[in-house]
Design a protein around this ligand. Structure first.
Ligand code: CA
Length: 556
């Protein structure tokens, strides 16, 4: 039987709210999935009743609850902030469900993972836990009784269950070694994330074309270095730069070598189409890439301060008119086209340069399943309601809430699509849209929700959008390592050995890039032997086990 109900949207106090953005968003796929509404079949009574909201989306419980319910919620994210009970999104959730969340995380904590692990000592006393980079702990402590398995509560999780049925890769990635699922993850959509950017107005100044091959790229970088593209008569240009030297390492892609398995600088193991895995930083191609990076560094084509600069390159080099090229996040980097006060400044997305062997790829990709999310503990007195609350975030309206916030406050409906308004786009805090939403509205949190890429596309500069379209249409993407379902022994091997291997490889490549390129060949065998001593084979065997079980789960 169906128990429909109607709720009133947004009786929120509106602060400085104004009409919709003047700039209509470019056309993209619809915001909310057009899945057919929940089945409303009137079949004979069964144990799981179907409740739906006013949009026809299923609900895991008959919301709003007759009696108000409060859950304690330990949420800490970005090593910075805790859950804020006043966020408009959660006031709206309270209207819908009659459930409120009470923060228990330390708002002045500076390490989100540490904040969670401190709770482990007390057996996770709060009702619900959430945050970023903690999913592996849900999968570790869940089987030990720290968190409740979702498997016992599917009746209360209709939206998330339907999502998993449509996304078996997600189910495989979040299933713990004991076969249970203990958390609802943060799911990203839209693959394009980092792209190559180049000062195309500098190309114009020098009468050069956009480089299409690695060979042409090298010549452009040499011209940026020596031909004074900024026209100030001083040899002050930095042809290639990155905010993070670990990101610069990805340039080995230009010599056919993989660098990272996924969107993480500590993931150097790469999966292949045949189901095997390998370590990227010890392949012959990686060595060739490294020799070329060392050569480019010697030639002054790569920022001399790349290893010491920290994360201040874009914000310094672009306004100073000295940075020529980078590989970075599309929304934030394309925003410099409006934020920099230089005549003719154009920092445009270029396609990945084609390698000498004809490869053209973009290694970086947005991770579909983030290691973020939330989970319920056995201390929760009403887990059915807690799971139903979390599940509602995956409903159609829940997706709008968790991506766009509250209608009339942070967005308006324009042509049937939630569209950010000036309150968000030109916010008084003068911060990036995603930061504003996360900090002041309570959307885009690192708990379990399903990102709608349109949210980001709406506020990405037109140059960034053109780049996203270019990379999407041509699909330069390559295979990514999913989050792996480590069991206890496997996780121990990785935790014990991988940090040393990563540290050693990082130290050696820095030394080699700064030093004479010929040293790499002389020291390569010693480097491989040292990696063996640090247990690289054992680590790779462990990865192979976990990746194979991931693939097996995927096939079932
Ligand atoms: Ca100059």
């Amino acid at each position: 039987m169906k128990k429909g109900f109607f709720f009133i949207i947004g009786s929120m106090v509106m602060v400085g709210c104004s009409s919709a953005s003047t700039e209509a968003p470019a056309v993209e796929p619809p915001v909310v999935s057009n899945e057919t509404p929940a089945a409303t079949n009137e079949t004979e009574a069964v144990t799981n009743e179907t409740w739906t909201d006013e949009y026809g989306s299923p609900m895991g419980m008959d919301f709003p609850l007759a009696q108000p319910e409060e859950f304690t919620f330990h949420y800490h994210a970005r090593n910075t902030y805790a859950f804020n009970e006043d966020w408009p999104v959660f006031k709206e959730m309270q209207e819908i469900t009659n459930i409120s969340l009470k923060n228990t995380a330390n708002p002045v904590g500076t390490n989100s993972v540490e904040q969670l692990l401190l709770q482990a000592v007390d057996r996770f006393p709060s009702d619900i836990y959430g945050g970023d980079n903690i999913a592996s702990y849900f999968m570790q402590y869940g089987p030990e009784g720290g968190f409740l398995p979702l498997n016992d509560y599917w009746d209360n999780l209709p939206n998330f269950r339907a999502f998993l049925d449509d996304n078996p890769d997600v189910e495989a990635a979040i299933t713990a070694w004991d076969g249970n699922i203990y958390h609802i993850p943060y799911i990203q959509s839209g693959g394009v994330a980092r792209t190559y950017f180049m000062r195309t107005d500098w190309l114009d100044n020098l009468g050069l074309e956009v480089p299409t091959t690695v060979e042409e790229l090298e010549n452009v970088l040499i011209a940026f270095k020596y031909d004074d593209p900024n026209g100030n008569g001083i040899n002050d240009e930095i042809p290639y730069f990155n905010d993070n030297w670990m990101e610069m390492m990805r340039l080995v892609n230009l010599w056919d070598a993989r660098c990272y398995g996924m969107d993480s600088y500590v993931e150097k193991v790469i999966p292949t189409e045949d189901g095997s895995v390998y370590f990227a930083w010890s392949t012959p191609e990686f060595k060739v890439g490294l020799e070329n990076l060392s050569r480019w560094y010697d030639m002054g084509l790569i920022d001399r301060e790349i290893f010491t600069k920290g994360v201040a390159s874009r914000v310094e080099y672009l306004p100073k008119d000295i940075g020529g090229m980078t590989h970075e996040w599309t929304p934030s980097t394309s925003a410099y086209n409006d934020g920099v006060n230089i005549d003719g400044f154009k920092f445009e997305v270029i396609a990945p340069p084609i390698t000498a062997t004809g490869n053209q790829w973009e290694e970086h990709s947005r991770l579909k399943v983030k290691p973020d999310g939330w989970a319920v503990t056995p201390n929760c007195s009403n887990p059915e309601a807690a799971f139903a609350y979390m599940d509602y975030i995956y409903s159609d309206y829940g997706r709008i809430l968790s991506n766009y916030g509250v209608e009339g406050l942070s967005y308006d409906m324009v042509d049937g699509k939630p569209t950010f308004n000036d309150y968000v786009l030109n916010n008084d805090e003068n911060v990036a849209v995603n930061i504003f939403l996360e900090t002041y509205i309570g959307t885009q949190l690192k708990h379990g929700y399903w990102m709608d890429y349109e949210y980001e596309y709406q506020w990405t500069h037109e140059i960034g959008r053109a780049g996203v379209d270019l990379y999407t249409e041509n699909d330069y993407s390559v295979i990514q390592m999913p989050p792996l379902p480590w069991n206890v022994e496997q996780k121990q091997v990785i935790d014990n050995r991988l940090p040393n291997i990563n540290m050693y490889t990082n130290e050696m490549v820095q030394k080699w890039i700064i030093g004479d390129p010929s040293v790499i060949d002389a020291e390569w065998d010693m480097y491989l032997a040292e990696l063996e001593k640090l247990g690289l084979s054992i680590v790779l065997d462990t990865y192979q086990e976990a990746y194979t079980s991931y693939l097996e789960k995927l096939e079932n």
